[in-house]
Design a protein. Structure first.
Length: 396
């Protein structure tokens, strides 16, 4: 019989804006912060960790295996192996899936899983290995080419959102209303202190001394559909475009991590305060041109494996890559929008791509606790035409 998997703890950094408060820290240092905190919250001894999985997309120039750097930077001993995971936007949740799989098949007892990203530190690069015999050498933005450009069609992720908007009839007005709602929910959550418990403050050294960053800096309080309506389309400029900087997710920095354990390991820790049980997960593929619809088949598969219906779920955390795809996914699945992203999503909070998969899992776990809910689903669309989802159930 497969081993049950429990989530003992969860933590995330604040989400920083592009070139914002966290920009001076490389991704692995942000990862170290959350690994150290998640392990401490779980009451786990560093040497008891079997393995570490950390998602990261933008690894150019970051040095060998950033996950290993994050693990050792967090104080985990050298005997604990670590792997860096790249499933684009789904990487942080895929890391959690890999950890759960390792535990279920008996290869591990305690796993740290999560994601880390510094989009601010992603470099520009040029291929000089064979030399440039004549003319200019062009620098490539690795954030764009490795993180935000569809490899099959050669266009920005924003175009895939335009494709979804056209195919599923999502208007500009609908997108702006959704984006304003995300901002409003996040503003209310921040003012109520809902994120305080899940966030671990980050110390940043500056020329004027050290500062503590403990609040998400990307949200724009006071955003309304009317203010969003003033923004020009960002990707299609022939008069038919609907996707703007205001109804799309941000470019951000951050990290998140969870500690997973087998039932036996949790019992030995006397860990009565574990957050949830991992019930099921699933991945799926779709047309890369409408990659934003990836969560639809992934969620359906995960719900089927869990033996749940969509209405059995108390809360959903669905990554808001774009308002267009978020609305289309909710409509296709027939979800109650009041259960989806109750504290806002990536349009307001931001989307540090390698970290977002675990960030939404962390936020889901704490939201379930606040609401007294039992069942939750975390899911993301993934560049290249995929989706990933995980079903969790609070046991306390």
């Amino acid at each position: 019989m497969a081993e049950e998997v429990y989530i003992l703890s969860a933590a995330r950094t604040p989400v920083g804006s592009l070139n914002g408060a966290l920009a001076s820290l490389p991704a692995h240092q942000l990862g170290s912060v959350v690994i150290r905190e998640a392990v401490a919250r779980a009451g786990v001894k560093p040497e008891a960790v079997s393995e570490v999985f950390m998602g990261q997309i933008l690894t150019a120039g970051c040095g060998q295996n950033p996950a290993r750097q994050a693990s050792m930077g967090a104080g985990l001993p050298q005997e604990v192996p670590a792997s860096s995971i790249n499933m684009l936007c789904g990487s942080g949740l895929r890391a959690a899936v890999l950890g759960a799989q390792a535990i279920r098949c008996g290869d591990a007892a305690i796993v740290v899983a999560g994601g880390q990203e510094s989009m601010s530190q992603s470099p520009h690069c040029v291929h000089m290995r064979s030399g440039t015999k004549f003319g200019d050498a062009t620098l490539v933005d690795t954030m764009m080419i490795d993180g935000l450009t569809d490899a099959f069609n050669g266009y920005h992720m924003g175009i895939t959102a335009e494709n979804v908007a056209k195919k599923y009839g999502v208007s500009r007005e609908d997108q702006d209303r959704f984006a304003a709602q995300s901002q409003s929910r996040t503003e209310a959550a921040q003012k109520a202190g809902h994120f305080v418990e899940e966030i671990v403050p980050v110390t940043v050294k500056t020329r004027k001394g050290s500062i503590t960053v403990d609040t998400d800096e990307f949200p724009r309080h006071g955003t309304t559909p009317e203010t969003l309506a003033r923004l020009k389309p960002a990707f299609v400029r022939d008069g038919s475009g609907t996707v703007t900087a205001g109804n799309a997710s941000g470019i951000n920095d951050g990290a998140a991590a969870v500690v997973l354990a087998s039932k036996e390991a949790a019992a030995q820790l006397d860990c009565a305060s574990h957050l949830a049980r991992v019930v099921s997960w699933a991945q799926a593929g779709v047309d890369p041109a409408v990659m934003g619809m990836g969560p639809v088949p992934a969620i359906r598969k995960a719900l089927s494996k869990a033996g749940w219906s969509a209405s059995d779920v108390d809360l959903y955390e669905l990554n808001e890559a774009f308002a267009a795809q978020s609305l289309a996914v909710v409509k296709e699945l027939g979800l109650d929008s009041a259960k989806v992203n109750v504290s806002g999503g990536a349009i307001a909070l931001g989307h540090p791509i390698g970290a977002s998969g675990c960030r939404i899992l962390v936020s889901l776990l704490y939201a379930l606790g606040r609401a007294g809910g039992k069942r939750g689903v975390a899911a993301l669309c993934i560049g290249g035409g995929m989706g990933i989802a995980m079903c969790v159930e609070r046991t306390k």
